[in-house]
Design a protein around this ligand. Structure first.
Ligand code: PLP
Length: 294
């Protein structure tokens, strides 16, 4: 995914009330080196990020992403982000996405070792083509994540609800899924509950009720899932957060992986067993997700 645009951000204190952030932004050549070798984001994955879907120049669900950025910063003991400044950075980057689907990434790193401040930047790029997973569906395998559903309460230092830059484990799980002949994975807790995918939330359907794993089970609270639940409630469906045993997933009427850039991908196969997909219903979800959302 070639970057179209990159913006270095001089992060302001949260209580800085200015409304013009121009002097805190520096557009840089996205193909040129911009970080120093002392960066803790690159040395240790010590930082947080957000990936925001952009459709025809409109960044989707910006406030939900900025709220999650602030939540991740709090969990990681990073300085509280100045939301006005990050909102302006998103607007600048989204304006560079052009027509069609794009992605804006926000990164807040702990900064340079022994350095004075965090390092922050935003990028814009065209999105990959997700037409096939959205329409033909995806094959998924379940993978053990190795800790129990109560791990976040017992071990908050695992930062399970934060969107940290430490995604090496998530990428390894995707490679394992590919080795097993699948497109994606769903993590299970060691005590057999359904969690999330390495880069997506899970929603399953039971009749007219849509269910997703409760965010207190050590998963990221997805902005796409939140937005879809609002939409489904408006259409008269029930929605619920639950602790979901894996057998319940196997019995679901339908299931989707959802995230900001892929949107809703229906699961056609789970651990080798076929799952029904409702192509028309899934298309209606993706039509909603592609409409401007705030
Ligand atoms: N869970 C994980 C681990 C993710 O990495 C992501 C997105 O990248 C999600 C869930 C879905 O979050 P969102 O819908 O905000 O993109």
């Amino acid at each position: 995914m070639a970057l179209r645009f990159a913006l270095m951000i001089d992060p302001l204190a949260a209580d800085d009330t200015r409304s013009d952030f121009t002097s805190t932004f520096t557009a840089v050549d996205p193909a040129a080196p911009a970080l120093t070798v002392g960066e803790l984001s690159t040395q240790r994955g010590d930082g947080i990020f957000e990936s925001i879907g952009v459709v025809d120049g409109h960044p989707q669900e910006v406030e939900a992403h900025l709220e999650r950025l602030a939540h991740s910063a709090e969990l990681c003991d990073l300085p509280v982000p100045n939301i006005g400044q990050w909102r302006a950075a998103v607007a600048n980057a989204a304006a560079e996405c052009g027509s069609g689907e794009g992605v804006v990434k926000l990164i807040l790193s702990r900064g340079i070792e022994h350095g004075p401040t965090p390092t922050a930047w935003a990028t814009a790029a065209a999105a990959a083509d997700f037409t096939a997973p959205r329409t033909s569906g995806i094959r998924v395998v379940t993978l053990d994540r190795g800790y129990a559903i109560d791990a976040p309460a017992r071990a908050p230092w695992l930062l399970l609800g934060a969107k940290t830059l430490s995604y090496a484990v998530n990428m390894a799980a995707l490679r394992e899924a590919h080795r097993r002949g699948a497109d994606d994975a769903i993590f299970l807790s060691s005590d057999g509950f359904v969690l999330e995918a390495p880069t997506a939330s899970l929603i399953l359907r039971r009749g007219d009720t849509f269910v997703t794993p409760a965010p207190n089970g050590g998963i990221l609270h997805g902005t796409t899932q939140l937005s879809l639940f609002e939409h489904l409630a408006e259409r008269g469906f029930e929605t619920a957060y639950e602790t979901i045993p894996v057998d319940e997933l196997r019995r679901a009427d339908a299931a989707w992986l959802v995230s900001s850039v892929r949107l809703a991908a229906p699961i056609i196969e789970l651990d080798g067993a076929a799952l029904d997909i409702d192509a028309e219903f899934t298309a209606s979800l993706n039509t909603y997700l592609l409409s401007p959302r705030d």
